[in-house]
Ligand binder design. Sequence first.
Ligand code: HAM
Length: 434
Amino acid sequence: MKIRAVTGVKDILPEEIWKWQFIEEVSRETLEEYSFSEIRVPLLEYTELFSRSIGQTSDIVEKEMYTFEDSKGVNISLRPEGTAGVVRACIEHHLLSPSSMGKFYYMGAMFRHERPQKGRYRQFFQIGAEALGSGEPELDAEILSMLHLLMHRLGIKDTVLEINSLGCRACRPEYRKALRDFLKTKLDLLCSDCRRRFDANPLRALDCKNPACKDATVNAPQGMTHLCPSCMDHFESVKALLTELGIPFEINGRLVRGLDYYTRTTFEMTTDKLGTQNAVAAGGRYDGLVEELGGPSLPGIGFALGMERMAALLPENMERPAKIDILIAPLGAEARRQALLLLYNLRDRGIRAETEFREKSLKSQMRQADKIGVDFVGILGENELTRGVLLLRDMRSKEQTEVPLNKAVEELCQRISLKEKGESFPGHVKKPER
Ligand code: HAM
């Protein structure tokens, strides 16, 4: 019997990987412009890290983590998200100080044992950013503007930025009480999960997907009406700054997020193009998390975007960039030898070149060139060899020119670099020249 991939885990095949590389490349460039530094944290952490940060009563910790005991009986988990590990690493390696900001980004696999469906996997990839050290609303606006710019550069349209404020340690208890008082009258209507979480985590009833819970909580009190003056000022400033930056947003008072570490601003970028798994990126402030995990009292904010969902949203008319600049089509053994030498020198100059070492007719080599979409084909037949030339065919204009073999590398480098200057990744907004 054939062994298949584990349920909910997806292979990313070469035919799709270029989209991932594009997202990674543009994200990396954008994050570094905002002075975020890459950090790579482990896929394995002590389970306690996640129960203390994401929360014991969160869905992730309660039922979605891949957890096992190591040979010493210690509980280890595959990371379900990146924030906790980044904060743990920052504390462990003393990367945080009250005098400077810490800005970190990561790209990698996360694991959650959820029910698999389109856009929801058990192993999925995130690109995440965490900014630690400032509680000011300008940082919230900077993070959201970065996310907005990134989407624009990737050519991803039709997303909506939803924001909310969950308040702070001072005002959240009062809101929880108001919400609990409301939910108490609706307990019979709520699903078993929401009833169970009623005491420890009543906020989750607001983003429960169960239609009965949605109906029962239509008139539930919203967090925003219970914010303390300082949280209210903070939220008003974030909204004003976003408006000034020209970044559209919607207020969603039910956006409570499933991870317990959030305080104040929370947000999700959603789309109606992906069915029920509609969040492409999400995040928020976590002003108490660093301290909770044993570090200094420093606020933080961040987000993560889902790679699978982003790749599905890239513009449909995006063309796969040519993998190969030139195909050398040799006919016969001596031509293959010349092709080998030519290819070596072309690749040495950074040109992506390929050939056919099997005995194939010119017709079949041209068919192959069409199939892989190369821009140039260099034909080396008996006739060309005798005269010491390469017959260069521009596959777009169909023009053919003869180039002396001993000048072929120079000529090809020039033509290919000229072509590349005029092109960039489709969808990618070119930065203005400085
Ligand atoms: P999250 O909302 O759990 O937040 O995940 C962020 C994004 O990861 C989601 O919006 C979605 O695009 C993607 N995602 C989550 N679960 C899956 C899944 N099972 N399959 C496919 N994609 C998925 C966090 O993880 C926070 N750590 C974000 C954050 C960073 N908050 C502050 N800093």
